[in-house]
Ligand binder design. Sequence first.
Ligand code: IMP
Ligand code: MG
Length: 182
Amino acid sequence: MTIKVLIGSDVVVKRIEELAKEITAGGYHELTTITVLKGAQWFSEKLRKELKLSGVEVNDMPMRVSSYGKGTESSGKIKLIMEPMGSLGGKDLLVVEDIVDTGITMDFSLKYLQAKGPRSLGVCTLLNKPARRKIKVKIDYVGFEVPDKFLLGCGLDYQGKYRDLPYVGYVDEAHIDNEGGK
Ligand code: IMP
Ligand code: MG
């Protein structure tokens, strides 16, 4: 499978530094990140490191949701696989995602988290793919707007692989096997 580079690793690193500065400018002293596993783990680790360097106290309370059944299309059915551990009430929460695509996962996550009574609830996504949006969701911080291609790297996987690639890449649609499972 040939992978083409969409966003190079230097550009990604620099943008994550900028995002941390934008978030820090929001005036947080203490921030609870909600890393949406597994995809956002790669991005979240780097973002939290930068936030800490900017003097923000960060505590990560990951959650895991699953929407994809098979292949590269969202099934539309979200399952909460792991709840954030501990109390979220009264906290400044920042949901950290790898990509917002249809918006179904983010919509589900935001409704779930809002019900926990946080002081504030923000959203930071490394990638935003607006072309395929099905549900409108508010996003406070976006790394990159991306075209309607199936992407990998920077936490994004294809069939469980390629998450660790330090750049955002894509494969030609013709090479994607939609029956393959994910
Ligand atoms: P949504 O619910 O359709 O917005 O999808 C959100 C999730 O689908 C993301 O957190 C990713 O894990 C996955 N996803 C969406 N687009 C891509 C892609 O292009 N490559 C890999 N995973 C994707
Ligand atoms: Mg994700």
